[in-house]
Every structure is written in structure tokens, then in C-alpha cells.
Design a protein around this ligand. Structure first.
Ligand SMILES: N[C@@H](CCC(=O)N[C@@H](CS)C(=O)NCC(=O)O)C(=O)O
Length: 206
């Protein structure tokens, strides 16, 4: 059984999408970051940098308990545990890693800055708004060019795609719109239609 510590944010959706895709047995443990629950001493033992998502796998390799934070590391762990959404061929795996790292480290991090400076900040700072809008549009353009020749980011649907989807859904679709990025839109809509994606975006189970 895997405990998935999460909240209704971009990064928080990523392990939920993968858990729903794989069917691995899991339990959702909501961590309300608006109420600062991520600062509790119990949670800091699981995620030292007070960030969701995190998981505790009570049946890890060799029966060990594994605690893990960082959405990219979690996606990779779940892929290796389930043997899905991550190719076994080394060259194909390296390309999935490229997009997994881009999604986890570059795309989401910069999209979060867009979210803060353009959407949520009570103070409007025009240079920051312009910079992060241009940054998000530049990344969407990069992804659109890649997806012109590729159905998914690296071979079949993979953890590389999952690492990118939540911010494209939240900021691409809802904020800047995907009208200028038809290949990203086609990719987004295919993932949005997956039953596992839809389950992962439902409210938390009671
Ligand atoms: N690089 C981390 C970032 C995780 C992250 O930004 N988590 C945010 C929510 S999306 C969070 O927990 N914020 C609360 C805090 O920083 O105290 C990952 O990919 O998991």
C-alpha cells in the first residue's frame, strides 16, 4: 500500500495521475498547504523541504518502507515499481528522462512563477508579468514544435508526459489558451480524455 501525501496543485496531481494509470494500491492523504499542514513535524520527516507531493510505500523493494518526495523522483519510482509508462530500452528511457526532467525542473518551476506573478500576486508588477508570460509562451512554443512530429513527448505515453500535463492544463488551457499551440492542444486533449486523468482530477476521496 502506498500513502500519497498531496494537495490540489500542479505537482500534487502528478503522482495521482500515475497511481490511477498503474492501478497500484494507494491511499490519498491530503496535506492542506494553505493551512500550513506541510510544516508538521510528522510530514517534515517524509518531505524535508515541506513540499507536497510525497509518498510512503509500505511495500518497497525487498519489503522495505520507502519515503520519497519530489514529483519527478516519485513518477520514476512508480514507473519502475509497476513496470509501466517508462521504457526498458536504455536509449528510449534516456529520452523519457529528458522530458521528465524538463517537466519537473524547468516547465513546472517556471509555470509556477507565471502563476504567482501573472495570476495570484496582489501587487501587479508589469516587468514580471511580461517576463513570465513570455517565458510560458516560449516554453509552449518549444513543446508545440516537438509535438508537431511526436504524438507524445518520447515514444508512447509516459511519465515524461505526466510531468508536463498539470501545468499545461492549468496555465496553458486556462490562462494563456492553447490557440497558438495546436500540437500541444491535441496532446493535452488526448491526455484529458484518459479515464485515469479524470479520476486524478476528482476531489479527494472522503
Ligand atoms: N520540485 C518539487 C516542487 C513541489 C512543490 O512546489 N510543492 C508545492 C505545491 S505544488 C508545495 O508543497 N508548497 C508548499 C511549501 O512550499 O511550503 C516537486 O516537483 O515535487
Amino acid at each position: 500500500m502506498i500513502d500519497c501525501y498531496t494537495w490540489m496543485t500542479d505537482n500534487g496531481r502528478k503522482p495521482r495521475m500515475m497511481l490511477e494509470e498503474t492501478g497500484l494500491a494507494h491511499r490519498i492523504v491530503p496535506v492542506n498547504i494553505r493551512e500550513k499542514e506541510q510544516m508538521s513535524p510528522e510530514f517534515l520527516k517524509i518531505s524535508p523541504g515541506h513540499k507536497i507531493p510525497a509518498i510512503v510505500d509500505h511495500d518497497g523493494p525487498g519489503g522495505a518502507t520507502v519515503t520519497l518526495c519530489e514529483s519527478g523522483a516519485i513518477l520514476k519510482y512508480l514507473a519502475e515499481k509497476s513496470g509501466t509508462f517508462y521504457p526498458s530500452d536504455a536509449a528510449a528511457r534516456a529520452k523519457v528522462d529528458q522530458w521528465l526532467f524538463y517537466g519537473s525542473a524547468t516547465f513546472t518551476t517556471l509555470a509556477q512563477q507565471f502563476g504567482f506573478w501573472v495570476i495570484r500576486s496582489p501587487a501587479k508588477v508589469p516587468p514580471a508579468q511580461e517576463h513570465y508570460t513570455a517565458t510560458l509562451r516560449d516554453m509552449l512554443g518549444t513543446l508545440d514544435r516537438h509535438l508537431a512530429d511526436n504524438q507524445y513527448f518520447a515514444g508512447p505515453y509516459s511519465i515524461g508526459d505526466i510531468s508536463m500535463y498539470p501545468d499545461i492544463h492549468l496555465h496553458g488551457v486556462n490562462d494563456v489558451g492553447l490557440g497558438d499551440y495546436p500540437n500541444v492542444k491535441r496532446w493535452h486533449d488526448a491526455i484529458a480524455a484518459r479515464p485515469a486523468t479524470q479520476r486524478a482530477w476528482e476531489p479527494f476521496p472522503k
